[in-house]
Design a protein around this ligand. Structure first.
Ligand code: RIB
Length: 322
């Protein structure tokens, strides 16, 4: 914990409030040489437990980068939930609005990571599924003081819809990471600034392939026709493309990622979103926030675990690539 008045504290105060609504999971991560084929048994995996959930990861990423962050979420009444909340709290995330489901278990994610750092994830959502629009209504007062709302799609769609509506009417900027991808009403899309997707999610929304830098640049502009005020398409090691945003900034562009030694890509997209939200809450333009988030995402892949890779501002500054 830094003393009051230290540079980090000043940075934190300057950064604005980010309100995250989303999933909180325990990640069971198997490091494997390769994934088992159907019907096959592999016996040489190494198991690690990490804190995860796209909502929690994005909250931690924004908090480590200096934003004041609160999360609205749900865990089970089991032994998995409390340590996840403690860890969020230790990372500076306000967990007062996280409630407990007496029947459903805390969300779990089963992740395999291969030597190239690539991940494959299957989620058992548990209590994340019982986060309802009523929970959003109960949190209305807390949401009002936020500059940026961040949501993803591991909680029910109607809950995301209510949060987007509430945050927009309160004047907050809404960042929706459409992960995992699913259909969302245009009333939701129209309130986004930005919509954040990867190539697969962009392809899902546009109904065609999105590949590489040129594909992402083109997709970020095309996504604007679906309604969002701005759109960001992440392209892993190739960085991110953005389109839309404030009239007085470049309205589209691409930022390449610095080269990174990839250890684990799990949660790199979440670090990107958390960093983007933190910088938008601090008043950056979409262009500047995207450039910063690309760097933060590159640092994230150099470490194990979805939250293990969330960098501090100093780590982002220092990182000049592999
Ligand atoms: O984006 C990575 C996250 O997806 C993991 O932490 C896992 O919990 C799933 O929610």
């Amino acid at each position: 914990m830094k003393a009051e008045g230290s540079p980090e504290t000043v940075h934190r105060r300057a950064s604005g409030r980010v309100f995250v609504i989303g999933s909180i999971n325990r990640d069971f991560v198997l490091k494997v040489e390769r994934r088992a084929r159907p019907g096959e048994t592999l016996t040489d995996a190494k198991l690690d437990l990490h804190d995860g959930g796209k909502g929690a990861n994005q909250a931690v990423a924004a908090a480590r980068l200096g934003a004041e962050v609160a999360i609205l979420g749900r865990v089970g009444e089991d032994e998995i939930g409390p340590p996840l909340l403690r860890s969020l709290d230790e990372n500076g995330v306000d967990v007062k609005l996280v409630s407990t489901d007496p029947e459903l278990a805390t969300g779990s994610a089963f992740i395999t990571v291969t030597p190239d750092g690539e991940n494959a994830i299957t989620v058992a959502p548990g209590a994340n599924r019982s986060l309802t629009p009523d929970h959003v209504d109960e949190a209305a007062e807390a949401m009002k003081s936020s500059r940026v709302l961040v949501a993803q799609m591991e909680i029910p769609l109607e809950t995301v819809e209510r949060a987007v509506e509430a945050a927009s009417s309160a004047g907050a900027r809404v960042v929706l990471n459409l992960a995992p991808s699913r259909e969302v009403p245009s009333a939701v899309l129209e309130n986004l600034d930005p919509l954040v997707v990867n190539e697969h999610e962009a392809a899902f929304l546009l109904g065609r392939k999105v590949e590489g830098v040129e594909g992402a640049k083109e997709a970020s502009s095309s996504l604007l026709t679906l309604g969002p005020r701005s759109a960001v398409v992440t392209i892993g090691a190739s960085g991110a493309a953005f389109a839309g945003g404030e009239a007085d900034e470049h309205s589209s562009g691409h930022f390449p990622a610095p080269e990174a030694e990839v250890v684990d890509t799990t949660g790199a997209g979440d670090t990107f979103v958390g960093a983007l939200a933190a910088r938008l809450a601090a008043g950056d333009s979409l262009s500047d926030a995207t450039r910063y988030a690309v760097r933060a995402g590159a640092v994230a892949v150099t470490k194990e675990g979805a939250q293990g890779g969330c960098p501090t501002p100093e780590e982002v500054e220092r990182f000049s690539g592999a």
